[in-house]
Design a protein around this ligand. Sequence first.
Ligand SMILES: Cc1cc2nc3c(=O)[nH]c(=O)nc-3n(C[C@H](O)[C@H](O)[C@H](O)COP(=O)(O)OP(=O)(O)OC[C@H]3O[C@@H](n4cnc5c(N)ncnc54)[C@H](O)[C@@H]3O)c2cc1C
Length: 399
Amino acid sequence: MANPWECANAKEWDSMTAKEWFDKICWCQSTKNTAAILTRTIYAVEPEDVSFLYFLWYLKVGHGFLRVMQTEDGAQERKFEGGSQQICEKIADLIGKEKVVCNSPVIKLEQSEDGVIVRTSDGSTYQAKHVISALAPTLLGRIAFSPPLPPLKTQLIQRFPMGSVIKAILFYENSYWSENGYNGTVGSDVILPSACDDTKPDGSYPAIVAFINGKHAREMTQLTKDERKRILCEFFAEIFESDEALRPVNYVEKNWLTEEFSGGCYVGVTPPGVLTQFGPVLREPYGRIYFAGTETATEWTGYMEGGVQAGERAAREVLHAVGKISKDEIWQDEPVSPDLPVMPLITTKWEKVLPSVPAFINFTIFSAILCAGAIVVVKKPSLFDAIKTSLTNIATLQL
Ligand SMILES: Cc1cc2nc3c(=O)[nH]c(=O)nc-3n(C[C@H](O)[C@H](O)[C@H](O)COP(=O)(O)OP(=O)(O)OC[C@H]3O[C@@H](n4cnc5c(N)ncnc54)[C@H](O)[C@@H]3O)c2cc1C
């Protein structure tokens, strides 16, 4: 599903927030709280911030809720030994470091029939035949376009806010949580939605990584780094039942809300009404300018995988523009990785057959009516005849 705005229920789902949907179908407060924790964990926003259509679409392109949430065979399974920054460094090595310009933000794109002039904040200019922008949509608002972006694109980029995350890592002398029988994974509706063990695979550098997301990030960004550290230490001391949590040997954090060149993370998330009204211009090229970035992906949007898929698609759009490939070669499926094949998700029998509460209630009411009917037929045939006659009379009258 590349275009969620084309699905049958698009209008209905895009006119409500995820919270409105949770309120409609969840029967108890604890389920609503769990849904809010999951929204903060996955999208880094509050359930009232995000369109229900976007909420569903994001799970769909992440191959379902379980795949997105799970560690084993899920989105959380793998880490890069040495960190993911190596990807950029190795690509820079491949194309030649002298060709990669860093610390020089683009401030203006001037487009003509022959090409695009790229102007950067340090006064440099670059001439290009085509440009691929891989910025989050909202950051495009900081770049001047000449001629200006088309009206719907201009409006779209004003409606695509980034999520709110402060990521913190607390390093300890020992992994005291495992000594106390805990695996380090935390899901909570106070302070942070999720945390987990971040010790290196060889057991060195025992650490807990904490993601402070959504409203908690918006509250905690008002505090100082030391205050955040103290709150987290006290929180983990309570959760893991150990005063050792109060004595980290190191504390590092990244407040993504203060990051000028992302404006937040993990991804831009649309409120109601945006996808259905502005979605069609999300990936639409503007003359010689093409749009990539994980928000434009049709698989794993919000993840690095989505960023790569979108980048490759935009590169093929340029190849098509210069006549090197045909139009139907632009969109290609990612080949399955031979090193890392996708494994089927294992679900229990109960997870497969248990109905939702409304389905269970409907089933119970329907069954009760059927049973009552059967009892009437067997035990009181005269009453059954009377009901049948009345129904026939009503039907005749209506005709
Ligand atoms: C804390 C955190 C944890 C995450 N964890 C994971 C994870 O575990 N797995 C996963 O797959 N994804 C994860 N993500 C999401 C992942 O980082 C993004 O999906 C991915 O980086 C998106 O790639 P992109 O190329 O679309 O955008 P970006 O990586 O944001 O790249 C855009 C680039 O454009 C630059 N830029 C901005 N403005 C300008 C300008 N005016 N001129 C020039 N350059 C500019 C930015 O500096 C940036 O380098 C995480 C993100 C965060 C913040």
